[in-house]
Design a protein around this ligand. Structure first.
Ligand code: B4P
Length: 195
């Protein structure tokens, strides 16, 4: 299996690039943000709980997210590999993911981190908010809150993978095509190393 984590702050292009990468490499896309928004759309109890956190720019509790990932794994037992988008977002989620992958006798192959400046991120998210209907993208205070949560709770996840020498920075500003090419170069090299 080839398992990849796309890492980066809100609005850095994880969702945008993931859609293309899963097509190119035949990976299963696991976006916790998308899964949570599906739960909200279906008005499930999990979705209603998640919405109260997401609307404030906070993270959804670890146990909720980890449970959701676990059942997604069960539904995709034959996957050639996963692309994790927006997960893990805390060190507890990263440890849980290590354990889930260990049970499948596999591990993370690479963590690619999209680097984008904060002003550009705010611009992208407010712009998306005009058409996406996402309540977490329309209010600049909520967007800033998401950045502070990212700094405090999610950046420690990078250390978790840097220790294992699996972490690489990718320039996340530029055209979607340019960034896709940089990501593909890194993935290609990593796949060769693993052969
Ligand atoms: P997510 O759905 O993961 O979304 P995101 O971080 O906001 O966006 P992403 O980086 O995917 O940006 P995108 O490509 O769309 O999270 C939403 C919320 O869900 C979180 O705040 C949290 O509450 C909750 N949540 C999710 N996962 C969780 C977890 N594991 N634990 C706890 N809570 C969790 O790009 C953004 C915009 O930029 C788009 O409009 C796009 O068109 C544009 N764009 C992309 N690339 C561009 C480029 N190169 N140039 C210009 N614009 C670009």
């Amino acid at each position: 299996m080839f398992n990849l984590i796309l890492f980066g702050p809100p609005g850095s292009g994880k969702g945008t690039q993931s859609e293309r990468l899963v097509d190119k490499y035949g990976l299963v896309h696991l976006s916790t943000g998308n899964l949570l928004r599906e739960e909200i759309a279906q008005q499930t109890p999990l979705g209603l709980e998640a919405k109260s956190f997401m609307d404030k720019g906070q993270l959804v509790p670890d146990e909720v997210v980890i449970g959701m990932v676990d059942s997604y794994f069960d539904k995709h037992k034959d996957a050639r590999g996963f692309l994790f988008d927006g997960f893990p977002r805390t060190v507890a989620q990263a440890s849980a993911l290590d354990k889930l992958l260990e049970l499948k006798k596999t591990a993370i192959a690479a963590v690619l981190a999209l680097e984008v400046g904060e002003d550009e991120l705010v611009k992208r998210l407010l712009n998306r908010g005009k058409t996406s209907g996402r309540s977490d993208d329309t209010n600049e205070d909520v967007i800033r809150k998401r950045f502070s949560v990212y700094k405090n709770e999610t950046t420690p996840v990078a250390e978790h993978y840097k220790k294992a020498d699996k972490f690489q920075h990718i320039q996340g500003e530029g055209s979607v095509d340019e960034i896709f090419d940089s990501l593909s170069d890194s993935i290609g090299k990593r796949m060769e190393e693993m052969e």
